[in-house]
Write a protein that binds this ligand. Structure first.
Ligand code: 4AD
Ligand code: MG
Length: 477
């Protein structure tokens, strides 16, 4: 008999047919009822066995975590909590699981911190099953959104020689012997001898290459891993994260904001429409977690309510200058509640961003036109000579989820900014060529994939929404 997935059985309207199911035992009660999960969905399938006619040693091997194959009949369930179950006619143990050693017992519900230490097994819990099914859906929705709108998926390189953000937070890629690298006469390392004949690193962003694609194919997006060697050990930063970067020829800043807003709302809606069961489970998890907290720290909306709110309401749009004014006039500022200084020119800290979205507007906010000195070299200079056509989307509970801008398409202006900011113009001749040959206004942004997964799942630590987190001092599994 062919194997059929538990998700399919649980959704069946028919009964009394034969199936084979395979999965992992979540629990076994009264020597009779197995809760079986195969990862296809959150819910377990109840398998009812005839223990009186089963060999004692086989029965003993039906333990939490063991993998089994069951042949049986799909029947309407008599018990509460499920409409179908399987009456087993044959059961085979595929892999035993010693419960003395298995760290995932249902009895003692493990904490997220503990599960991070056994991240190789955490996929087997309801929470992580739900998170990674939702993550998959969101990734699929990303491709669907852009494909449906005629964008081309461009694969930008993972190993590059450029520092797209100019922030110097790169992981070097080299095959030179680190204990005795070849050196030039002046004593510096001779990267001409290295694998690529130059100094290379893991990409921090596919944007610069994305611009090459967009200024020919029109509308492209990237969706790949990016790497940042920034030493920030926070619940929002990873050293390896996935980023989506659309880049569109002929778009200005307003088009860019419209695209970003449509995109974020679309993928959230996609998850609401396709992952209801998992999201309801995660909403309950969050509500339970909230009950442990003081009332003032609890979320105002439930998870589903929050997601529906974001899908159905447009984002607030303000300039950086307006944002600073709001902060300076806020009760929080007047009562000296902010730890960091507030004045025009600052790179807003998380406490400032959170005040704007969570306290002041209570919805996602797009902040535009930041001071040029706190943004990257490629952003288009505004006529005031002080600000650039940048936009960040700030989300409740997360802070920045999107960073983007209209690009500086004027060659002389771009070269001037690069020189001012110490970005090498000769090395980036290929980037400047887009401005030399048929330059066009264009714009794009980057969405941190894990940040949106955090937002949608209601998880609070970014390490819990990527299967294998890479953070300072941590690259296990
Ligand atoms: O604001 P960032 O640095 O912008 C860029 O990289 C641009 N090249 C994007 C573009 O215009 N094409 O990063 C974009 C987004 C941030 O808004 C944030 O969501 C996410 O990437 N991000 C991180 N996510 C997890 N861990 C980190 N260390 C992150 N750094 C940035
Ligand atoms: Mg940014």
């Amino acid at each position: 008999m062919p194997r059929i997935k538990i998700k399919e059985i649980l959704n069946t309207e028919k009964y009394d047919f034969q199936v084979t199911v395979k999965g992992w035992v979540r629990s076994f009660r009264n020597n009779q009822f197995i809760a079986l999960n195969d990862g296809s969905c959150l819910n377990n399938l109840q398998v009812v066995i005839d223990f009186e006619n089963m060999a004692e040693d086989l029965l003993k091997k039906i333990t939490t975590g063991a993998s089994i194959s069951v042949d049986g009949t799909v029947v309407q369930s008599q018990g509460k909590g499920q409409k179908v179950e399987i009456k087993a006619t044959n059961l085979e143990i595929l892999g035993e699981c010693d419960n003395e050693q298995y760290p995932l017992q249902l009895k003692n519900r493990p904490s997220l911190e503990y599960l991070r230490e056994i991240a190789h097994l955490r996929f087997r819990t309801n929470t992580f099953g739900a998170v990674f099914r939702v993550r998959h859906s969101l990734a699929f929705a990303v491709h669907k959104f852009f494909n449906d709108r005629g964008f081309f998926y461009l694969h930008t390189p993972i190993v590059t020689a450029s520092d797209a953000e100019g922030a110097g937070e790169m992981f070097r890629v080299t095959t030179l012997p680190f204990d005795n690298p070849p050196r030039k006469e002046d004593g510096t390392i001779d990267f001409a001898e290295d694998f690529f004949g130059r100094s290379t690193n893991l990409t921090v962003s596919g944007q610069l290459e994305g611009e090459l694609g967009a200024t020919a194919l029109g509308e492209i997006y990237t969706f790949g891993p990016t790497f940042r060697a920034e030493n920030s050990n926070t619940a929002r930063h990873l050293a390896e994260f996935w980023m989506i970067e659309p880049e569109v020829a002929f778009n200005d800043l307003v088009d860019n904001m419209d695209l970003a807003e449509d995109f974020v709302r679309y993928i959230i809606k996609y998850a609401l429409d396709n992952n209801r069961e998992d999201l309801e489970f995660l909403a309950q998890r969050l509500a339970d977690e909230d009950k442990q907290k003081p009332v003032a720290e609890r979320h105002e909306m439930g998870l589903i309510e929050k997601l529906e709110f974001v899908v159905n309401n447009s984002f607030e749009r303000i300039t950086y200058t307006e944002a600073i004014d709001i902060l300076l006039n806020s009760p929080a500022y007047k009562k000296k509640k902010f730890q960091y200084e507030v004045k025009w020119g600052i790179d807003m800290q998380s406490e400032h961003e959170r005040y704007l979205v969570e306290k002041h507007f209570k919805k996602p906010v797009i902040v535009t036109d930041y001071p040029k000195d706190i943004k990257s070299f490629y952003m288009r200079m505004n006529d005031d000579g002080k600000t650039v056509a940048a936009m960040d989307i700030l989300a409740p509970g997360i802070g920045e989820i999107v960073g983007g801008s209209q690009r500086e398409e004027r060659l002389d202006m771009l070269e001037k900014r690069m020189q001012e900011m110490g970005v090498p113009t000769e090395e980036l001749y290929w980037f400047l060529d887009t401005r030399r040959f048929g330059t066009v206004p264009h714009a794009g942004f980057g969405l941190g994939f894990e940040r949106i997964v955090l937002f949608v799942t209601g998880m609070t630590n970014i390490r819990d929404v990527i299967p294998f987190p890479r953070t300072p001092k941590n690259a296990e599994f």
